[in-house]
Write a protein that binds this ligand. Structure first.
Ligand code: NDP
Length: 316
C-alpha cells in the first residue's frame, strides 16, 4: 500500500479541523487534512450561524466552512478528499489508512472527526431512508414544501429544525418524549410563537407507514402513569433531531473515551492519553458542541502539535 509521511495529519473538516489546519499551516508544519465523509462537517447542514462572533448579520454554515477551508489552504494546508478507515496508534509515528488504499504516517495526529446524528433505532427508519426519513432539515426540508412533517427531539437542534421546516412546510409537529423542552429559552419561544408548529409533548414515534414513502407515523402518547394512547399521525416526512454520537470508532481501541465514545482529553487541553495525538471539536466535547468552541479547540490542538514537534526535534 502506498505510504506517505507527514509531520501533522488532521482528520476532519469541521471548524475544529480547519482551524487546526490554519494554525498548523501558519506554523509551517505543512499539515495534511482529510475531509471525511461530509466535507465541511455538520455546519454545512445547518442554516444561518448567528452566534459565531464577528458576523453581526449571521453567515450560512456552508459559506463559513468554505471560508475556513480557503483560509487553511492559503497557509499551506494540503486539504484532501478522503475518509480515514483504519488507524494504528500503537506507537508513533501513527499510521492512518485512507479509503483502504493509502497509509499516512504522522508524527502528530489531530482527530477532529466530529459527531453523527442519532436515529431512534426503528426498522422503519431504514425502510424509509431517503423516502421520508431524514436527520437533516436543511438538507432535505426543500422536498417538503407545503407538506406536513414531524421532528423528533426536544433540544436546540430539534427546535432549530422545526422552525426552519415551518418556513417551508404547511404544518410541523414537534414530537417530544418528555413534558418539557430541553432547548434554550430563546429557541423555545421561537417554537411556541410559530403558528405552524404544534408541540406533541409526551409522545414517541414507534413506527412509520406508507406505500413507497412515508404517509404517517405510529405514535404513542403517555396519558398518565398507567395509560397511553396509540394513534396514527398523517405526515409526509419524519426528521430526527435526538442528538449525536462521536465518530471515534477507528481510534477507540487506543484512546481513552467516555462510555458514549467521546475522547477524553486532559482538562483544558486537547491532549489525549497518547503523546502527539490531539482531539478537537465535537469528538471530544459532549457538552458545548458549538462552532466557536470547536474552532478554539482546533487552535489549541495545532499549538500543542507544534510544541510537541519542536520539543521532540530539539530533543527536549
Ligand atoms: P440534545 O442532547 O441537547 O437533545 C436531544 C433531544 O433529543 C432531547 O430533547 C432528548 O430528550 C431527545 N431524545 C434523545 N433520544 C431520544 C429518543 N430515543 N426518543 C425521543 N427523543 C429523544 O441534542 P441537540 O442535538 O439538540 O443539541 C446538542 C448540543 O448542541 C446542546 O448543547 C445544544 O444546546 C447545542 N446546540 C446549540 C445550538 C445553538 O446554540 N444555535 C443549535 C443546536 C444545538 P430528553 O430531553 O428527554 O433527554
Amino acid at each position: 500500500m502506498e505510504r506517505e509521511k507527514t509531520r501533522c495529519l488532521i482528520i476532519g473538516s469541521g471548524p475544529a479541523g480547519y482551524t487546526a489546519a490554519i494554525y498548523a499551516g501558519r506554523a509551517n508544519i505543512a499539515p495534511i487534512l482529510y475531509q471525511g465523509l461530509q466535507p465541511g462537517g455538520q455546519l454545512t447542514t445547518t442554516t444561518d450561524i448567528e452566534n459565531f462572533p464577528g458576523y453581526p448579520m449571521g453567515i450560512s454554515g456552508f459559506q463559513m466552512m468554505e471560508d475556513l477551508k480557503d483560509q487553511a489552504a492559503r497557509f499551506g494546508a494540503d486539504i484532501r478528499f478522503g475518509l480515514a478507515t483504519k488507524a494504528d496508534l500503537s506507537r508513533p509515528p501513527y499510521v492512518v489508512t485512507i479509503d483502504e488504499e493509502k497509509e499516512i504516517e504522522a508524527d502528530t495526529l489531530i482527530i477532529a472527526t466530529g459527531a453523527t446524528a442519532k436515529y431512534l433505532g426503528l426498522d422503519d427508519e431504514v425502510k424509509y431512508a431517503g423516502m421520508g426519513v431524514s436527520a437533516c432539515a436543511t438538507c432535505d426540508g426543500f422536498f417538503y414544501r407545503k407538506k406536513v412533517v414531524a421532528v423528533v427531539g426536544g433540544g436546540d437542534t430539534a427546535c432549530e429544525e422545526v422552525v426552519y421546516l415551518a418556513g417551508l412546510a404547511a404544518k410541523v409537529y414537534l414530537v417530544v418524549r418528555k413534558n418539557q423542552l430541553r432547548a434554550s429559552k430563546v429557541m423555545q419561544e421561537r417554537v411556541f410563537n410559530n403558528d405552524k408548529i404544534e408541540v406533541l409533548f409526551e409522545h414517541n414515534v414507534t413506527g412509520l407507514y406508507g406505500d413507497g414513502g412515508v404517509e404517517g407515523a405510529h405514535v404513542v402518547k403517555r396519558l398518565n402513569e398507567m395509560d397511553e394512547e396509540r394513534y396514527d399521525l398523517a405526515i409526509d416526512g419524519l426528521f430526527l433531531a435526538i442528538g449525536h454520537h462521536p465518530n471515534t470508532e477507528i481510534f477507540k481501541e487506543y484512546l481513552e473515551t467516555d462510555e458514549t465514545g467521546y475522547i477524553i482529553t486532559e482538562p483544558g487541553t486537547p491532549k489525549t492519553n497518547l503523546p502527539g495525538v490531539f482531539a478537537a471539536g465535537d469528538v471530544a466535547d459532549p457538552v458545548y458542541r458549538q462552532a466557536i468552541t470547536a474552532a478554539a479547540s482546533g487552535c489549541k490542538a495545532a499549538i500543542e502539535a507544534e510544541k510537541y514537534l519542536y520539543d521532540r526535534e530539539e530533543g527536549l
